[in-house]
Structure formats: C-alpha cells, structure tokens
Design a protein around this ligand. Structure first.
Ligand code: PLP
Length: 403
C-alpha cells in the first residue's frame, strides 16, 4: 500500500471534502445539485470585466516565457500603487510577490516561516486553507474565537490568552470568509497594538476588500503600524470575478528590517516555482487601474446586494435559524438551534440536506468552528435560485430531527 505523507494528517479542506464528492456523484447520476458551497463567482454569471479578459488575450504572446519569479514589473507596480492608496507605507515593487492566487502565497508564507511546533493564531471560524497551510508546514494552528454576539469581531481577550513564547504570528481575514464581517478600525487597531506588544507577524487576508455593503469602509491592517511585520494578501479571484485566472499578490510591509531571513525564504520559494501564471499577471494592472465594476454589484440596485437581502430574509425567517447580517464578501454563517433539531453532527445535517433536497452547503466544522451549530451559505446564485433553495431548506428543517 502506498501511504500519503504523515504531513497531511491534520490537513483538511472540507469545502471540497467528502460531502462535496458525494454531491459530484449525485450529479453524475443525473441529479441537479444547487451549489451554495463554493465562492466561485463565474459559474453564477458574474463575469470578469471585459477589459481584463481583453488584456490577457492581447498579451498572450508576451506571456509565453517564464517571468521574474516575483512577477512582472507592471503588475507589481500596480499592486504597489494599490498599497499606497490603502495607506500602507514604505512599499516598493521589491516588497510584492505575485502568486497563482492567494492560496499559493498562503502556503509559501507558512512554509518559509514555520519550524516544528511554532504557533500561528488563526480565527475560528476561518477560511480553512490557513489552518491547513500551518499544519502542512509543520506548525501548530491555534484558533482564537470570533464572537458572534459582537458581529463576529475577533475576541481580543481570547487572542491574548492564547499567545505563548512559540506564537509567531496572527491571521486576520477581513472581510471575513465565512462570516462576512468587516472589522472597524478600532478593532484592527487593538489587534495591531497587541501584535506590537508580542512582536507577532500579522497576516492580513484582504481578498474581499472591495466587496462591501451599506457604505462599509475597509481598512488595511498594515496601514496601522510600522512596528510589526505585515503580509497583506489580495487578488483578482473575488473583487474581479476572475478566480480561474489564478492571480494574487502578497505585500510585505512594516518591520521588514527584522525579517531579512524570512523574506529570503519567501523569495527562495517563489524562485522554486519559477513564476506564477504569466497571462494572468498581465491582467493585474488593468484590473487595479480600470473601472471598478464590483462597486455596481454591491450597491442597493446591484445583484450581489439584492442576493444578500433575500438570503438574509429567507434564512432568518426559518424557525431555529439566526444570522448576523454580513457587511462584506458573499457568505453567511447562520446559527442553527441544535436543541430544536437534536443536532450532534453538522456534517450529518449537511449530508442529509444534500441527499434529501440536492442542496449543497458546507458545515461549520469545515471552518474550524468547534460546535455543530453553524453552516455556511454562499449567496452567489440569483435571487430566484436563492429563493427556491432556501424554501427547500425551510421545508427540510420543518420536520428534521437528528436523534
Ligand atoms: N482567502 C480567502 C479568505 C478566500 O475565501 C479564498 C478563496 O475562497 C482565498 C484566500 C483563495 O483565493 P485565490 O483564488 O486567490 O487562491
């Protein structure tokens, strides 16, 4: 028997896990599955802006060869300007690495840093790639709680209580996947002060930073201090609906002078994978400098905003379900009354719903949430489809009892 590496023992990515595979099996059998499980805008009719696609096509011949490992100059320069527009100080093109999406850069950031048992503080719930990347890199993911009763903001006391001499850094996901929370500057400021006191690296995943509702303003964490090292992550997958192009970046800022060795490690990993997907790199400058069509989608008249309203109204009208209304991204993380439905396993709940109604969600535990009382909904489908699907969920729960 050929065994997988033990390095993968604690590496999970439930968004594409066994329940997802079951859904794919059902699709092969001819069933139509409504996918409220993956944050992939294109299949729901959210096209990437034409000018981005056009630029990739025009530049295809220029993109035949390997590029600089850290990315083409034009893309890095555009990201540098973007960093400046978000008030991140002292960033040059050398402080930017372009990757095959943020996913690759998260893995590189952890692999370049961690030694066995080094700890990284990660939110619970989280986007699970963060936990998986820490575990794969031989580190230890320590989860801090985000507090549902406080609009899902990070619980500072919990963070502080979990810092040990082995804590190397802290992850923030803002706007958040799966809760949709966007953190106000006071919350970020308090976290940055804590990072300064304990000299923690701050990894700020800001891939949804343009998907904001109700006039919410996004603040880049890295703008708040020069006294800690920041790695800020962004990309084209969500703001520009171009997830398949695989284009992301990391901006290194703040206390760079104490991190020469770590930065060398990051550059070494970037060199080892030669370069990121070159055609997509040519789209970055156009995307960042062009018309920001995402703004139209999040206005009250826009598709994403309307879908958020319907999703929230439909979900919270179901007896036994409550939800904090998100102000960013395109996810909701509702709470389900486990006593009412005798729920002991959120995985079983999601599987039962899939088999019964052909609706695919992801269980809260897939986001490193410890109780079986949450699930994530992706509200990318149309208002009509969300309405039908959430009616099915209501119908399913009307007589659901897991005992
Ligand atoms: N970070 C967060 C919070 C995400 O939700 C996702 C994708 O869903 C990613 C990173 C990965 O994005 P990319 O497509 O750039 O690899």
């Amino acid at each position: 028997m050929i065994q997988k590496s033990t390095r993968l023992d604690n590496v999970f990515y439930e968004i594409r896990g066994p329940i997802f595979e079951k859904a794919m099996d059902l699709e092969k059998q001819g069933y139509r599955i409504t996918r409220l499980n993956i944050g992939n805008p294109a299949p729901f009719g959210f096209d990437a802006p034409d000018e981005i696609v056009h630029d990739m096509i025009v530049n295809l011949r220029n993109a035949q060869g390997y590029t600089d490992s850290k990315g083409i100059f034009a893309a890095r320069k555009a990201v540098m300007h973007y960093a400046q527009s978000k008030h991140i100080q002292d960033v040059t093109v050398e402080d930017i690495i372009i990757g095959n999406g943020v996913s690759e850069l998260i893995l590189m950031a952890m692999q370049a840093l961690l030694n066995p048992d080094d700890e990284i503080l990660i939110p619970s719930p989280d986007y699970p790639l963060w936990t998986a990347a820490v575990n794969l890199s031989g580190g230890k993911a320590v989860h801090y709680v985000c507090d549902e009763a406080s609009d899902w903001y990070p619980d500072l006391a919990d963070i502080e209580s979990k810092i040990t001499p082995r804590t190397k850094g802290l992850v923030l996901i803002n706007p958040n996947n799966p809760t949709g929370a966007v953190y106000p500057s006071e919350v970020l400021d308090a976290i940055v002060r804590l990072a300064e006191r304990h000299q923690l690296i701050v990894f700020s995943d800001e891939i949804y930073d343009k998907i904001l509702y109700d006039g919410t303003v996004h603040h880049s964490t890295a703008a708040l201090s020069n006294e800690v090292l920041f790695l800020t992550f962004g990309g084209l997958s969500k703001n520009y609906r171009a997830a398949g192009f695989r284009a992301g970046w990391v901006i290194i800022s703040g206390k760079k002078h104490v991190a020469k060795s770590y930065i060398e490690g990051l550059n070494a990993l970037a060199s080892m994978r030669l370069c990121s997907n070159a055609p997509a790199q040519f789209a970055i400058q156009t995307a960042l400098g062009g018309y920001q069509s995402i703004n139209d989608l999040v206005l009250p008249s826009g598709r994403l905003h309307k879908q958020r309203e319907v999703c929230y109204e439909k979900l919270t009208a179901i007896p036994g379900i409550t939800c904090v209304k998100p102000t960013g991204a395109f996810y909701m993380f509702p709470k389900i009354d486990t006593r009412k439905f005798n729920i002991v396993s959120d995985e079983k709940l999601v599987l039962d719903l899939l088999i019964d109604q052909h609706v695919l969600l992801v269980q809260g535990s897939g986001f490193n949430w410890k109780q079986p009382d949450h699930f994530r909904v992706v509200y990318l489908p149309t208002v009509e489809e969300l309405t039908t699907t959430l009616d099915k969920l209501r119908q399913f729960l009307a007589d659901y009892d897991q005992s």
